[in-house]
Design a protein. Sequence first.
Length: 167
Amino acid sequence: SQGMDQLREWLRNGTIDIAVAELPLAETKTVPLMDDEFCAIVAASSKLASRRQLAIRDLAAEPFIMSRYVSERLLQPAYAAENAAPNVKFDVQDLATLVSLVREGLGVSAVPRIAFPETPPGVVLLPLLPRIRRQLGFALNSWDHRPPALSAFISALQELSAGHRRR
């Protein structure tokens, strides 16, 4: 979310032709690609790791590791709907640091599922309730004047995404 203003500026001035972004993105031509869902991440040694799923309320009772990669725009309303707030103990800038802190038992977090095609060692990913979903897609600087290679790239990724959803 912090980089979206920069990406929008780069799209506007032609520095880049395309960006992957969380949709909707106001005043920008976008092409939906896929849906993503947030999940809880806890240490494998945590008492929470044996659960089948976790509620936002469960996370509110634990030290929370906030990542700038995690969309507060999506997390904060989920907490507010449960009359809860994250007990933020750490604010990190990248997912590798977040995973290391979780693995060491220093807190829990919520992360986009797409960020973890495989679960890192020492942590457990669990479905989160209520479900927190987001749509990802392409933001384009120009739909009408895009190069043929960009059109082919978008089509190929949409086909890959559709195949992934069917599995």
